[in-house]
Design a protein around this ligand. Structure first.
Ligand code: GLS
Length: 815
């Protein structure tokens, strides 16, 4: 696939081979033939990374700089994507073929940087791709975790967490920038100084940490723009160590300071929409916020100092946008003020207005347990000067909150930053932002109506929706090569730059020869996935079966348990009714559960136990199979999406802010089986009711059910001992115990929480919907038509569209 106006990277395959072989020799001092596949991959990635860095033209324009602050960037492997973006994939493929190693094998050697948990981190990576593709000055600001999210292995059905040493063999895409290191300060005391009328504060003592940036070039499609993802690493600010301890032979003590500091960038917290509160996490948050802002202000001052003179800082928001991805970078507001007031001598009010003009905030969840809070004592101890700003902003906020607001006390209790001994990060984020957005229509509606309702009443103009999007180039162009080629052959390559052009596929939906090619591409992807699953797990899948997929983090609200209940129901019905013959289906799961999230880990164990029972039972295993793919990551996701027929998006309505695997799967031609939740609602609007299967309670019904307080889940159990009741019994009666025991805790959770996640409540509507959808698969022509229709309507979900909206409405730039 070529792109117009691309810089010429390789003239042809011969030129590529020459450069590639030279790179091999310069890095390893060995010839291409002497290298192993990993070394060849490394040399190829280094060659492409070098070209990406060289394509960068610094200071090329005066347009606004966007800084996207995110604790997570789940970038995934870059090589194949950059070949696509440079427009040299075909040349490189041919060259590699001639040299004797297929490109796919080199691509498969790339480590998957686990620098994110799930959707939120991947969204940040898709946004980086789109900003570069659209020519926006988009700078990523995040953390360079020494160890990524754990590597998941399955032992005896259980998730086992292994260290993810993703940097072990080096990361050819990054460059360490010693000269750009900055110092970040923790702890100590605040000291007041006075000189005549003037007074100021400094933070003395405490711990000084050196934040060292590692830059990764972000190459946009067509290679017209190269941006930077800057990831910070923590190091001791001085080489000092405890000399007394060292001299007395206590080396561990002598080095403790170093290891304490390095711990800050050691690990990514494995929480996704939940669990927080560790001091180390707060340190991470402050480190990347402070280091990022110090750098931004330095660059801005250099560039605009002369132009604006005294008024320099008042113009910051005209040239810089700081976007905060969730509450993790919430300290951007007070930290920007701190630097402006303490170091640049800007007055307090001006600094606050500058901060608010510059900063915007995206909320990604309505789960109450995920709205970050820190004990004031912990916060003040670690960040004494920053805390003074927060306290003062909170005091002024309370003072200015109009007393005639209806329910004033309630509004204050919901919106103040400091409350109940805690610093509430979501409120801090809102108070410092000129824009607050949700990530799907439904989610933004919930923010306005409940989560942030009081803020919305006070400042409706702050709120807006930006429905999420995904990189269609990576998740269709790279991930699904056969289908992507078919699309290119039919409608040209324009869709890679402009995803709306996918709508041109509508005229092929019913075309028998296009459908036939579509089926072939799907079959190829299914075989590729089946091979991968067999190698990873030993589970054999028949590619003529429907591939029914649920891949995402494990969380109660996402209801993997409901999916398992459906599989057990099918199992029971096949065994008890010889005339029952469901559409043969392979149920595929993948995803990680946070280490400390016992319930989610038990659901993983349950899936593996069900797989053991079902796959080993010849009475059913030609009708249903179950596979759990370990260690879900961007790379394995790219194998799974293109092979999916049914996309399971079954969170209870009102729980999933948006979801993005729903978009990736529909784009690849999967049919969604989902609730009316998150972005499923918008998928439904776009594809039409005939091309999606919706089931279950709607948000209003869920709210009404919870408000009425008269739902007794166990009535459902008692009323149906044949289907639902039987499944629940099977959790504890030994049916599933062969691998590693029964599942009492799941049963207990269902009963104690009174089915909080509505697994029992939505069970029948879900099973019926699945039955109907799976039966529909039998009409191949109608199915393929719907599948292609899904792809044709998916252009809206390109992150290019999302980023255009952010640019226009929030950052105020043309794109
Ligand atoms: C999440 C939400 O749970 C997802 O629904 C959403 O798609 C994603 C990106 O906006 O953000 N929030 C979160 O904390 N993790 C997520 O994946």
């Amino acid at each position: 696939m070529n792109t117009d106006n691309k810089p010429q990277v390789f003239k042809d395959a011969t030129d590529f081979k020459t450069q590639f072989c030279e790179e091999c020799e310069s890095i390893f001092s060995k010839t291409y033939d002497e290298l192993n596949d990993f070394e060849r991959y490394y040399a190829l990635a280094s060659l492409i990374a070098g070209k990406a860095r060289n394509a960068k033209v610094d200071g090329e324009n005066d347009e606004k700089q966007v800084y996207y602050f995110s604790l997570e960037f789940l970038i995934g492997p870059l090589l194949d994507n950059y070949l696509l973006n440079f427009g040299v994939r075909d040349i490189v493929k041919a060259g590699c073929e001639q040299l004797g190693t297929p490109l796919e094998e080199l691509v498969a050697c790339e480590a998957d940087p686990g620098l994110g948990n799930g959707g939120l981190g991947r969204l940040a990576a898709c946004f980086m791709d789109s900003m570069a593709a659209l020519g926006i000055n988009g700078n990523g600001n995040g953390m360079r975790y020494r160890y990524g999210l754990f590597r998941q292995e399955i032992e005896g059905g259980r998730q086992v967490e292994m260290v993810d040493n993703w940097l072990e063999h080096g990361f050819p895409w990054e460059t360490r920038k010693n000269e750009s290191a900055v110092v970040v300060q923790f702890g100590g005391q605040v000291v007041r100084h006075q000189d005549g009328e003037r007074f100021w504060f400094t933070q003395e003592g405490g711990e000084k940490v050196k934040a060292v940036p590692y830059d990764v070039p972000i190459l946009g499609y067509g290679a017209k723009k190269v941006n930077t993802l800057r990831l910070w690493s923590a190091e001791p600010a001085t080489e000092d160590f405890d000399l007394d301890a060292f001299n007395s032979g206590d080396y561990a003590k002598a080095m403790k300071f170093r290891s304490d500091v390095e711990a800050i960038s050691q690990i990514l917290y494995p929480n996704d929409a939940g669990e927080h509160g560790r001091v180390l996490r707060l340190k991470q948050e402050y480190l990347f916020v402070s280091a990022g802002l110090q750098t931004i202000l330095r660059t801005y001052e250099k560039k605009f100092g002369k132009r604006y003179g005294e008024k320099l800082w008042e113009h910051l928001g005209d040239h810089v946008s700081v976007h905060t991805n969730d509450t993790h970078p919430a300290m951007c507001g007070p930290e920007l003020m701190r630097i402006l007031v303490d170091e640049k001598r800007v007055d307090f009010d001006t600094a606050f207005n500058v901060a608010r003009k510059t900063i915007s905030y995206t909320n990604h969840t309505v789960m109450p347990e995920a709205l970050e809070k820190w004990p004031i004592e912990v916060f003040r101890h670690l960040l004494p000067r920053l805390y003074m700003f927060i306290e003062e902003i909170d005091r002024r906020y309370r003072d200015t909150l109009p007393h005639d607001v209806e329910g004033w006390a309630n509004v204050l209790s919901k919106t103040a930053i400091l409350w109940d001994g805690q610093v509430r990060m979501a409120n801090l984020s809102v108070i410092f932002a000129h824009s607050v957005n949700g990530v799907s229509e439904l989610h933004t509606g919930i923010l306005k109506a409940s989560t942030l309702h009081e803020f919305y009443e006070l400042r409706p103009d702050l709120f807006n929706n930006k429905t999420n999007g995904i990189s269609h180039r990576r998740f269709l162009g790279n991930a699904n090569p056969k289908y992507a080629k078919l699309i290119c052959d039919a409608i040209g390559e324009g869709w890679l730059a402009d995803a709306n052009q996918l709508s041109q596929l509508e005229k092929y939906e019913d075309d028998p020869s296009f459908q036939e090619e579509f089926e072939k591409a799907r079959r190829w992807s299914k075989e590729r996935l089946a091979k991968y699953i067999f190698e990873a797990t030993g589970t054999q899948l028949d590619t003529s079966m429907v591939f029914d997929v649920q891949v995402k983090r494990f969380h109660a609200y996402k209801r993997q348990l409901l999916n398992v209940f459906k599989i057990l129901d099918l199992y029971n019905r096949i065994l008890s009714d010889s005339s029952f013959s469901p559409r043969p289906t392979a149920f595929i799961f993948s995803g990680k559960a946070a280490q400390s999230y016992t319930f989610a880990k038990e659901v993983i164990r349950l899936i593996n136990s069900v797989a053991e029972v079902v796959n080993g039972d010849p009475r059913v295993n030609d009708k249903i199979r179950v596979a759990f793919v370990p260690n879900f990551a961007v790379s394995s996701a790219q194998l799974i999406y293109p092979a999916t027929d049914i996309s399971e998006q079954i969170s209870w309505a009102g729980s999933e802010a948006s979801g993005t695997s729903n978009m990736k799967l529909m784009m690849n031609g999967a049919i969604t089986l989902g609730t009316y939740d998150g972005a499923n609602v918008e998928i439904c609007d776009l594809v039409g009711q005939d091309n999606i299967k919706i089931f279950g309670l709607r948000t209003e019904e869920v709210d009404a059910l919870r408000a009425a307080g008269n739902y007794w889940a166990w009535d459902l159990y008692n009323n149906d001992r044949i289907r639902l009741g039987r499944i629940i019994d099977e959790l504890t009666d030994g049916t599933l115990a062969h691998l590693s025991g029964n599942f009492e805790s799941i049963r207990d959770e269902l009963s104690i929480s009174n089915d909080h996640d509505l697994v029992l409540k939505d069970f029948y509507s879900y099973v019926d919907a699945w039955d109907e959808l799976a039966q529909a698969y039998g009409d191949r022509r109608a199915w393929n038509k719907a599948a292609i229709h899904n792809t044709a309507r998916s252009g809206y979900f390109s992150s290019d569209r999302t980023i255009r909206e952010y640019a226009r409405d929030i950052w105020h730039i043309d794109a």
